[in-house]
Design a protein around this ligand. Structure first.
Ligand code: PMP
Length: 362
């Protein structure tokens, strides 16, 4: 398909072209059953097989050890901001949060509605333009968990290394970098991610959770907001978002067929180096927003000398087929999101456009 845009959207974001083409072929008739995957019961053997295979793919690709459940929930990562404290902040317990930007703050504020919370580290004094060093994070051994955001989608920062929290369960919002690089899942007690960046379309949220935490849900909590209910029912307590799960399955197969997470990381480094080099070699024409040691391999944030020039950049980039380069409204500037499915060619084209734009306006 020759007229696909250079898609740098922050989420929902680019999907692999091969997956979209396969989905188009499989849309009307799924695996010879005479109908689409959206028209069958979630209790059918075909859907159960899809559900199980998709969980198995996540386990295989992400290296999830035994002793964890893989759940497919609804309500986005935002619902996890509430479900985590609702399930884990039993009376007398508090949760600890690492404040690194807009998404970490949302998780923290939501948890405040349900219990005591404290701040384990914050980079607000640096306008959230960096991630804290592991040594800056104070782990209180009495907290129910420590929550962090592995990649801040808006600010364009990413943890290079995760803290060792000992016996305190570590929880991570990996919405914007799940499966983009290898992670030692055994360090975490709960990992969650909305699908619409690296996993597929919106509509499904993946939760990878240790068995011990699943068992902690207090009695009296709304049924749909309990981890134990979803775990016991293999994520089929109620009607699941079948098409989102199907699409995620096809994205995960694509990921596996393209070398898995290690290959994705290599490609993501290659892709983002092209753009970071265009910034760093511009003699100050482009300025990276995030501090160098905290730069994200998923969301590249940068600025130009004036907002006027930034507007000009966006306008011209759109004329040349680039989409999604405007920074989040809360921080301004420019942002290129380079999730797994964004091809190297798009990043090459952007780096070239950046040099060209500088030549004309520098
Ligand atoms: N956390 C992070 C890091 C995100 O980037 C987002 C979405 N951009 C969210 C949480 C919220 O996700 P959702 O819209 O699925 O609730």
């Amino acid at each position: 398909m020759g007229n696909r845009a250079y898609n740098f959207n922050a989420g929902p974001a680019a999907l692999p072209l091969e997956v979209l083409e396969r989905a188009a072929r499989e849309l009307v008739e799924y695996q010879g059953i005479g109908m689409s995957v959206m028209e069958i019961s979630h209790r059918s053997k075909e859907y159960e097989a899809l559900n199980d295979e998709t969980q198995a793919l996540i386990r295989e690709l992400f290296g999830v050890p035994s002793g964890y459940k893989v759940l497919f929930l609804q309500g986005g990562a935002s619902t996890q901001f509430a479900m985590i404290p609702m399930n884990l902040l039993t009376p007398g317990k508090s949760g600890s949060y690492v404040l690194t930007g807009a998404w970490a703050e949302k998780a923290y504020k939501e948890a405040k509605l349900f219990g005591d919370v404290s701040v384990a580290a914050s980079t607000e004094a640096d306008k959230f333009m960096r991630m804290p060093a592991v040594s800056e994070i104070v782990v209180d051994p009495n907290t129910a968990y420590l929550h962090l955001t592995s990649n801040e989608t808006i600010e364009g920062t990413q943890f290079a290394e995760f803290p060792d929290t000992g016996s305190v369960p570590l929880i991570a919002d990996m919405s914007s970098d799940i499966l983009s690089r290898p992670v030692d899942v055994s360090k975490f007690s709960l990992i969650y991610a909305g699908a619409q960046k690296n996993l597929g379309p919106s509509g499904v949220t993946v939760v990878i959770v240790r068995d011990e935490l699943v068992e902690a849900s207090p009695k009296g909590l709304a049924t749909m907001l309990r981890y134990d209910i979803h775990a016991k029912n293999n994520s089929l307590y109620n009607t699941p978002p079948a098409y989102s799960v199907y699409m995620m399955n096809r994205v995960l197969q694509w990921l596996r067929d393209n070398g898995g997470v290690a290959a994705m990381e290599k490609r993501n480094i290659e892709k983002t180096d092209l753009i970071y080099n265009a910034i760093d070699n511009s003699g100050g024409f482009y300025r990276g927003a995030a501090q160098p040691g905290s730069r994200s391999r998923m969301n590249i944030t940068f600025r130009l000398a004036s907002e006027e020039l930034e507007k000009q950049f966006i306008k011209e980039s759109e004329q040349q087929g680039f989409v999604g380069l405007k920074g989040h409204r809360s921080v301004g500037g420019l942002r290129a999101s380079t999730y797994n499915a964004v091809p190297l060619e798009s990043c090459k084209a952007l780096a070239e456009f950046m040099s060209d734009f500088q030549r004309r306006n520098g």
